[in-house]
Write a protein that binds this ligand. Structure first.
Ligand code: FES
Length: 153
């Protein structure tokens, strides 16, 4: 699931999973159709789009497209409000947060664990560093109530 920010990694993710013969559903969301990556960038995946203005696919948040039930892995990247909506909605649909990998998009100053510019709140207190513990982390390792949106606030 990609909500604009961070979508660039997903053509590669889809290709890697297809090489492993994994069935893939790709949920992409954006404000308008013009901001969506073309479905051909995810060749081989079942692509489902959502836009805020309804100019392509479902009209509304991409998180509304989540499939009920577990039994699959979910990779997600997007603005913090989208990810927060995802982690609120997933358990309601029977999807455990432990089955969701979040690709963190944080400012990174050093990439070495010294500047703390990439810190994100960890579940149970403290912080994780995107450059050291990520950039992909399981959704249940993060404290979503303390998460801020570094790029959109
Ligand atoms: S980028 Fe500096 S601590 Fe992670």
């Amino acid at each position: 699931m990609a909500g604009g920010l961070g979508v660039a990694v997903f053509p590669g993710v889809v290709a890697a999973l297809l090489a492993r013969r994994r069935p893939i559903t790709m949920f992409i969301g954006a404000r308008t159709a013009a901001q969506l990556l073309p479905a051909r960038r995810f060749a081989g995946a079942d692509v489902r789009a959502a836009t805020d203005d309804g100019s392509a696919g479902y009209r509304g948040p991409v998180t509304d497209l989540l499939l009920r039930g577990g039994g699959y892995e979910l990779f997600a990247c997007g603005p913090t409000p989208m990810l927060q909506a995802l982690v609120q909605r997933a358990p309601v649909l029977g999807i455990s947060l432990g089955s969701i990998q979040i690709a963190l998009e944080t400012p990174m100053g050093c990439g070495l664990g010294t500047c703390l510019g990439c810190a994100v709140p960890g579940r149970g207190g403290g912080y994780l560093l995107s450059c050291q513990h990520g950039p992909c982390v399981r959704a249940d390792r993060l404290d979503w109530s303390r998460m801020t949106d570094a790029f959109h606030d």
